[in-house]
Design a protein around this ligand. Structure first.
Ligand SMILES: [Ca+2]
Ligand SMILES: [Ca+2]
Ligand SMILES: [Ca+2]
Length: 1003
């Protein structure tokens, strides 16, 4: 990969000027094989895929396919900037995979912003209703979408008030005396949404009618109502637990033109072909970028075979031969589909003809189960035993693999014991062929939709896992913008995945050794990053398991924007998964949900202790998972009965080799939370230690029932003492209880190390109140989802005079962002220990995101600001703006290209007496920062030249570092007035002998 992130590596060419300028020589990097470099562009139509004749993305895919078999180095595919409007997902498979130990790398061209875009851009808005300020634009009739984005900001489907009163549920209709609903048009597009406990349930209407007594009757789609109320799917362990919230109330009504009454709301009239929108203040629809997503998935990386589902023992293709076969259903023993076939006669047989390369036989094992001879295509290949010490359902008692892909017949003959009990077969239809060795770097995946809920509703199971609305009620995942199925060594780094109508990214179907690292995943209707499956628990074939994956160093926020049960990071059945150093915040339900299966893997004695009437007991392959050093904050903003970290089902086999670890996490700001560390039903073999728990409700750890077992909870730190456990064989060592924010040094170290590490932290000019850099002492609370316009819709507050909030930063200025209101008083602000006086935060009406105090012009260096509450009922902290200074050595500064070197102790007046410098044209440096502006402060001199500047992927022209004599620390480029938030600046060397980087100032 030519984008190298190493620093201090290359010595500069010893030009005459350079030899004088730079002292200190860094080691020369090992020579790497020169990659093949290809280019794609949004309008590309070339066939060579050169920089002068770039291809389309599908064209470059064809080119890569022709090159992979002969790979002797990586293939680097640079995507030039712009919107790649996809008519279908970019689909990559085994033929697109890196070969011979090399990778195919799809990367953003330096300084440019390629966007894989699943939307149609909407233009032609005109005023439709001037009284209400509703605009509309034409779209193709029949266009289906559930999302709209205006200038990158999510619009809201037209929605009625929260928790409307006056509705009565009768049959499958909600009736009300309110007559207004009866005037709604397109009734079958209207949806009723119920956020209830840990679920979101939603159904489209069948009709709206006027009841006999007047008013309105919202008549739900009957099939959807059945699935969400009268016949809620519950396949029991290992697919679901016992609790079943129903759709029996209205949280809000959504998606009628007549509900369009708030700026930022839209309504798509698909049949008529119009989108209606009520603009927010400041939006000009004649110039705005309005994106109506129509694609479900943007990138689909898929190996073969795809998702594997067992056929049940009732499948008509299965032949049972012999006199004693019986069919046993509703045993409630954990069987697949709750049924089996069984026989007691030796010599009885079952045969099944399939097409594929292998097959698993699922059967019960128990003390009364006996021997089975396995025949393949008429030849005996195995003798196996289904004998076990206790009953286990859905065990793989025989597995055949590696066959030639063809039609085969497996036959099982009972040879001994009292019973054989056949539950199902899983056919492997082809060789296990992953898509592999592909990297995606610096790309943006934006604007998707998912239209299934428009027809069948949202039939929630839990945490973004649904039930298929059909009779199978198979588990269903919210589809992702970026899908990987059966991948291996698939890497995503530095991408933005945003503005999606489903989930962000999903590593599905036995994806192995793949990683999602350093990405920014935000503003999704579904979840953030999902890994693993919920229906492959029985696997014994490691080649089909989800193993060895990594989700690390990501910024994940504002997930679940439509489907409020979705989580930031979710894992089903996974082995050796690492989830580390992520920042997960502002979620409607849990921050992360790890594991599945409830108490299925827990012994019957524990299930009995839980009070379950029957024992459904099998095995699951999860284990060895590591949940480390994450910062999870401001979760559970809408739903109930979850927490920042929620675990479900068993981990490991109890033999010590597969224990999972939950350690080093900072878990804070939990709304509607009963357990902060929530080890739910069946959670086992967790080693949970050295976490910090603060600012939330409920128990610091909760394990409510005896199927939770063999966990060791110790050496944690919490700001409350209450915990709860009915778990079996579990040790809870009380946390170190800390009050008033006086965290001991060990806890402070956990706090400081949680979340993305320095190389993955943007240079911070804007810190939200949840930032781990801010230390709060006293009785602060924090609350999210206030809906009042706070930065990230959340803030810290205290009612106690003398409470403090402290931030240490390196730079020249700082502002305190907070609320002003009638119930607020004075704060005292200290800079570097010196009082700056009292500042009034009272106001006649509420004003959010106010600059409560501001300092500028401080000497460049480390400073500390402390805010102290002095009077009034409340003091709030919503965030800090910092004028920050970052040396060229900051870990987050990414130097790309091979000619960069580091030069310290030059004695030339450099900031911190050092610079980075590049000598090759085209080498570049990229910084990601938060805030509203950035400056490059560096040397100018005779041997320096033109630098190309790109901000957020848009060229800003060039700046000139050439000067008649050397001047240190010159402000060479400055941008200000940007939208508050995350931005990226890239500087590329164009001319001159050197590009020199000394310091960046953020503001
Ligand atoms: Ca079965
Ligand atoms: Ca905030
Ligand atoms: Ca410097």
């Amino acid at each position: 990969m030519t984008i190298s992130l190493w620093r201090r590596a290359a010595a500069l060419a010893a030009t005459t000027a350079g030899a004088l300028l730079f002292t200190g020589v860094a080691p020369t990097p090992a020579a790497a094989a020169t990659p093949t470099v290809l280019y794609a562009s949004p309008g590309g139509s070339g066939s060579t895929c050169s920089i002068s004749a770039p291809c389309s993305v599908t064209g470059v895919q064809t080119k890569v396919q022709g090159l992979v078999s002969g790979m002797s180095a990586d293939i680097d595919v640079y995507l030039r900037g712009g919107a790649y409007r996809l008519a279908s997902a970019l689909s990559l498979g085994p033929a697109d995979s890196g070969q011979n130990g090399h990778k195919v790398v799809y990367a953003a061209y330096p300084g440019e912003k390629p966007v894989l875009n699943g939307a149609r851009q909407i233009t032609g808005f005109s005023v439709y209703d001037s009284t209400k300020n509703i605009y509309r634009a034409p779209v193709s009739a029949g266009t289906q979408s559930r999302q709209l984005f205006v200038n990158g900001v999510r619009a809201q489907r037209a929605r009625g008030p929260l928790n409307p009163s006056g509705f009565t549920l009768t049959g499958s209709a909600f009736t009300t005396a309110d007559t207004s609903y009866a005037s709604f048009t397109n009734a079958s597009s209207v949806e009723v949404v119920d956020d209830n406990a840990w679920k979101q349930m939603r159904c489209p209407l069948a009709s709206i009618t006027v009841p006999a007594g007047g008013g309105s009757s919202l008549n739900l789609n009957p099939a959807c109502f059945a699935n969400n109320n009268t016949a809620v799917p519950n396949r029991g362990f290992p697919f679901n637990g016992a609790g079943l919230p129903k759709l029996d109330a209205i949280t809000y009504v959504e998606n009628a033109y007549q509900l369009l009454d708030t700026p930022g709301e839209f309504y798509l009239d698909s049949a008529a072909g119009f989108v209606y929108y009520m603009p927010r203040s400041g939006e000009n629809l004649s110039t705005a970028d309005v994106e109506l997503p129509t694609q479900q998935t943007l990138l689909n990386v898929s190996g073969t075979p795809g998702h594997l589902t067992p056929v049940n023992d009732t499948d008509p293709g299965i032949t049972y031969t012999g006199s004693s076969w019986g069919y046993f259903s509703a045993r409630s023993l954990g069987d697949l589909y709750d049924d089996v076939h069984g026989t007691t006669a030796n010599g009885d047989s079952v045969s099944y003809t399939f097409t594929g390369t292998g097959i698993d036989v699922l059967a019960e094992t128990n003390s009364d189960q006996g021997g089975i001879d396995v025949y393949l295509d008429g030849t005996k290949v195995q003798s196996v035993s289904a004998t076990g010490t206790s009953r286990l359902a859905q065990q793989v008692v025989a597995s055949v693999s590696g066959l030639t892909q063809a039609q085969h017949t497996i036959k099982l003959v009972k040879t001994s014991g009292t019973w054989i009990t056949i539950d199902g077969f899983t056919v492997v239809p082809g060789a296990i062929t992953p898509a592999h060795d592909i990297t995606f770097q610096g790309l943006t995946f934006a604007y998707t939709t998912w239209t299934l809920p428009s027809t069948v509703g949202y039939i929630d199971n839990q945490a973004g896992i649904l039930w298929d609305a059909g009779s199978s009620h198979a588990p269903l995942r919210i589809p992702a913008a970026v899908q990987v199925h059966r991948g291996s060594n698939i890497t995503f780094t530095g991408n933005e995945i945003a503005h999606n109508g489903g989930t962000g990214i999903d590593l599905a179907d036995g994806t192995q050794n793949s990683s999602v690292t350093g990405n920014w995943i935000h503003d999704t209707s579904g979840g953030g990053a999902y890994v693993g499956e919920v229906d492959d628990y029985y696997l014994t074939d490691t080649s089909r398991m989800t193993t060895g994956d990594t989700v690390s160093e990501n910024w994940i926020s504002q997930v679940g924007q439509d489907y409020s049960d979705a989580v930031g990071v979710w894992a089903g059945y996974t082995r050796n998964l690492t989830v580390s150093h992520n920042d997960i915040g502002h979620t409607p339900y849990s921050g992360m949900s790890i594991g599945w299966g409830w108490g299925y893997a827990s012994p019957c004695s524990m299930q009995a202790a839980q009070g379950l009437k029957t024992c459904e007991h099998g095995t699951i392959y999860a284990g060895g998972n590591q949940i480390l050093d994450n910062h999870v904050h401001d979760v559970m903003n809408i739903l109930n009965d979850g927490g920042p970290v929620y675990t479900n089902g068993g981990q490991g086999d109890g033999n010590g080799s597969a224990t999972s670890v939950l350690s080093g996490n900072l878990l804070e700001i939990t709304n509607h939370t009963n357990q902060v560390i929530y080890h739910d039903e069946g959670s086992s073999y967790w080693n949970t230690h050295d976490n910090v728990i603060r600012l939330g409700g409920g128990n610091w750890v909760g394990m409510w029932t005896p199927t939770i077992h063999d966990n060791y909870i110790h050496d944690n730190f919490a700001d409350r003492s209450n915990w709860g456990s009915n778990a079996t064989n579990t040790t809870v060592v009380q946390s170190t209880i800390v009050s008033g924010g006086a965290w001991p040094s060990a806890a402070q170290a956990i706090i400081a190390a949680s979340g993305p590490e320095a190389a993955y932290q943007p240079l911070n000019g804007l810190l939200d109140d949840d930032s781990t850099a801010i230390a709060y002492t006293g009785s602060w609370s924090a609350s999210g989802n206030r809906g009042l316009g706070d930065l990230n819709d959340a803030l810290h507050a205290t009612t106690v005079n003398g409470d403090t909030a402290t931030l240490t930063f390196t730079g020249t200025g700082v502002s305190v962002i907070g609320e002003k209101n009638t119930d607020q008083g004075q704060v005292e602000v200290f800079i570097d220990g010196t009082s700056q006086g009292l500042f009034d935060t009272s106001a006649p009406t509420r004003q959010v995101q106010q600059s409560v105090y501001s300092a500028s012009g401080l000497p460049v260096g480390s400073h500390t600001i402390q805010v102290v509450k002095r009077s009034g009922n409340f003091t709030t902290v919503d965030g800090f703006e910092v004028a920050g200074s970052y040396n060229d050595t900051a870990p987050a500064i990414a130097y790309a290209g091979t000619s960069w070197g580091y030069f310290g102790s030059r004695g030339l007046g450099d900031y911190q007496d050092d610079v980075h410098a590049a000598s090759s044209n085209g080498d570049s440096v990229t910084v990601t920062f938060t805030g509203t502006g950035i400056s490059l402060i560096t040397e100018t001199n005779t041997d320096e030249g033109q630098i190309a500047v790109s901000l957020d992927g848009a060229s800003q022209g060039t700046v000139n570092a050439n000067a008649s004599t050397r001047h240190a620390q010159q402000t060479l480029y400055s941008a200000s007035g940007l939208a508050p938030g995350r931005h990226t600046l890239t500087l590329t060397k164009v001319t001159g002998t050197f590009l020199v980087i000394d310091r960046f100032d953020i503001h």
